[in-house]
Write a protein that binds this ligand. Sequence first.
Ligand code: WT7
Length: 635
Amino acid sequence: MSQYHIKSLEEYFQVYHKSVKDPETFWAEIAEEHFVWRKPWDKVLEWDFTKPEVTWFQGAQLNITENCLDRHLKTRPNKTAILFEPNDPKEEAQHISYKQLHERVCQYANVLKDMGVQKGDRVCIYLPMIPELAISVLACARIGAIHSVVFAGFSSTALATRINDCDCKMVITSDGSFRGNKTIDLKGIVDEALQQCDGVETVLVAQRIHSEVNMKKGRDYWLHILLDLAYKDCVPAIMEAEDPLFILYTSGSTGSPKGMVHSTAGYMVYTAYTFKNVFNYEENDVFWCTADIGWITGHSYIVYGPLCNGATTVMFEGVPTYPDWGRFWQIVEKHKVNQFYTAPTAIRALAKENLDYVKKYDLSSLKVLGTVGEPINEEAWHWYDDHVGKGNCPIVDTWWQTETGGILISPIPFVTPTIPTYATLPLPGIQPCLMDDEGNEIKKTKAQGRLCMKYPWPSMARTIWGNHERYRNTYFSAFRNHYFTGDGALRDSTGNYRITGRVDDVIIVSGHNLGTAPIEDAINEHPAVAESAIVGFPHDVKGTALYGFVILKETGAGRDQNNLRKEINQLITDRIGPIAKLDKIQFTPGLPKTRSGKIMRRILRKIASGDAENLGDISTLLNPEVVKEIKEHTL
Ligand code: WT7
């Protein structure tokens, strides 16, 4: 039996049992057998959720890039590590072998060092899905710099906030990016952001679209020129197990984005372990995760998890709709993809189009299908199963979060029986529980409640950058001695989990985690807006879309409402990015509030979802009359 690669349900139960009974031995064995260390650990786990403080493999030393690259040089030097599929299907794909990737990462790492980046420094990476993105991430890890990747769809304001929050001294970007038939001026966005970022000393610019860009003397450098001059050897920095590997921002229900800090050793062990099991990865498989490396899914399951396992990982630059709706399936056929991992929103969008786009291609290489980011509805699940998997590929509905670093609840393909819309069972080492409204754990198996974790796992975020108190408050204060996920879930009589969605004010749109606060802040910047509240409502492609209730100032009263709607969405695009645009905007004279002045989003959510008849008792509101008014003008 191999606990590193679980092959049967019986094995799963044995391994799971061991992982709970003796977590330290369980993780120590996996860590020892499947990774290279410069120095072993003194203590596998130390934890205290009340502080909260968690350390894994304390005392160990390592470099994650030795695990992702160097160790494969002996066993699989010429195997493709990164398979880059460009936006334009006519442009040739690139097969970057482990040997080449190692060389390019080392060279890149030397450039970073030459430009003054040191261990512990923060480097912001704002790049499209081109090989340089994965290479910059790894180059930072090589020298012990902390990478902070910002999704290249974020606006200059959102970028500036993230650069400043963790004091990045360098930004890595490109001249621009290709997205379907459009190009985007990334360098221009960075230039705009940097007007607000005094700490940035250097900008490295990768050449992708060969556009004219403004290069600021003494600050901006072309990457390809520096790379040509750099050595191809770079001794890896020796890192402590708990040294931060990266920061990745995620939205909260209130306040500024949270810079989740992930550690080195625990993150490595857990992402590699879950990659192997959740995707049943075998040596010659081609794995494709369609996420962007700007999100945690890309960090863990395009870069670190696959490379630690010596896998071939596909990086796709483009979009599912270009040149047509068949692009995903054309790529699956072309590269004989074995595992395909995407978001429910993409499946719903594809399922709306003509089936011929799918039928046209040979998808027989596929073995495992995955979904992530939001609940998958039954219809989409069956479409995926029938038309993509042809009934032969288990679907792994993987539940996890930016904060968890890796997948926590998911079927293991060919092992765990799948159930549509269920993430099913916890992976080894994961101890979920459901809490009731009084804050007690529900012991009954069949139950519904708030999803918590009662025991640490290696890849959990260790803190919020610069704000440990906020970390404690957000995740460890709702339920004593537990990590609270923010999600609700139900558990069936055999212990399978079904995630029902967020129980806080975080809204998941097309699998993107959007906090209400930053969007409302953007809306409120409009000179004609007095106040606003946004909620989610069901949408057949996005899963959840955004509905805004906006109170206008007197100055806005006479304005054309459609123009106002456009201006508001433009502001949101400028401040956050197009992903946060509102689908519906209703102007209203008031918002339902409690007597203490808190907006009752629950009521707005019901109205926006077309469920206005079941609002419950609204008599305790400060202004119950406004509810009627809002109901009458629902969009
Ligand atoms: C939130 C985390 C994990 C990478 C992408 C999202 C929702 C995630 C599922 C799933 C139902 C899911 C949860 C979670 N979510 N996966 N399989 N089924 N909901 O990361 O942006 O940090 O968002 O996404 O609500 O809390 P994220």
